[in-house]
Design a protein around this ligand. Structure first.
Ligand SMILES: [Fe+2]
Length: 198
């Protein structure tokens, strides 16, 4: 897949590729990618571009992502969401891959959960315990480590996020959790809509 046309996003691709080439462990790699994401999120041309992106998330269970880029060598991808104001997602994980969720505009609240059961990961029944809740705004990056269970709540206005994932959705299973029944469902993640980033 071609690199994005937007210069700040091209630079970010090059930085991530250079970091991958250093063979860092995943924790250090993703913390360095997170640091490198700051200038991209602050870039005026990215902000301008994001205003033209279509709405992708209107609440559970209809979740889509824009797909800007998939790296041919390392497999990481650039996605985006435009989240409808006040929408609430399912409780879910992003499978066993890293995600960096960087807010460009708007505000969101991220709820974090942990399982307190010993049932099988993919079938449950899961018992969930809330372990955190934090607000993010423009320029903030929410790092979601492999398997981390969470729920996103949209703020009072639509919000736009730029996302880096270690792999393209569809190549691995993700999980949604029913808090009342403990039911765990496997899924292929968001529907991907190829979109030019320029
Ligand atoms: Fe999520």
């Amino acid at each position: 897949m071609e690199k994005p046309q937007l210069p700040a996003a091209r630079r970010f691709v090059d930085q991530i590729r250079a970091l991958y080439a250093q063979d860092l462990g995943p924790n250090i790699l993703w913390s360095k990618i997170k640091d490198a994401m700051g200038p991209l999120l602050a870039d005026p041309s990215l902000k301008k571009s994001s205003k033209t992106w279509p709405l992708t998330v209107e609440g559970a269970p209809k979740v889509k992502n824009l797909l800007f880029y998939e790296d041919p060598d390392f497999g990481f991808v650039f996605n985006a969401t435009v989240r409808k104001a006040n929408s609430v997602t399912s409780v879910h994980d992003h499978g066993d891959v890293w995600t960096l969720y960087g807010l460009i505009e708007g505000h969101e609240t991220m709820y974090r959960y942990e399982r307190s059961d010993k049932a099988p990961r993919d079938t449950g029944p899961a018992q969930l315990k809330q372990i955190g809740c934090h607000n993010i705004g423009p320029g903030d990056v929410d790092a979601v480590p492999p398997g981390s269970i969470h729920q996103e709540h949209g703020g009072p206005e639509n919000s736009m996020a730029f996302i880096v994932r270690a792999q393209k959705a569809g190549n691995f299973k993700q999980r949604t959790y029913n808090q009342e029944t403990g039911e765990v469902k496997l899924n292929d993640g968001p529907i991907l809509i190829p979109h030019e980033l320029r």
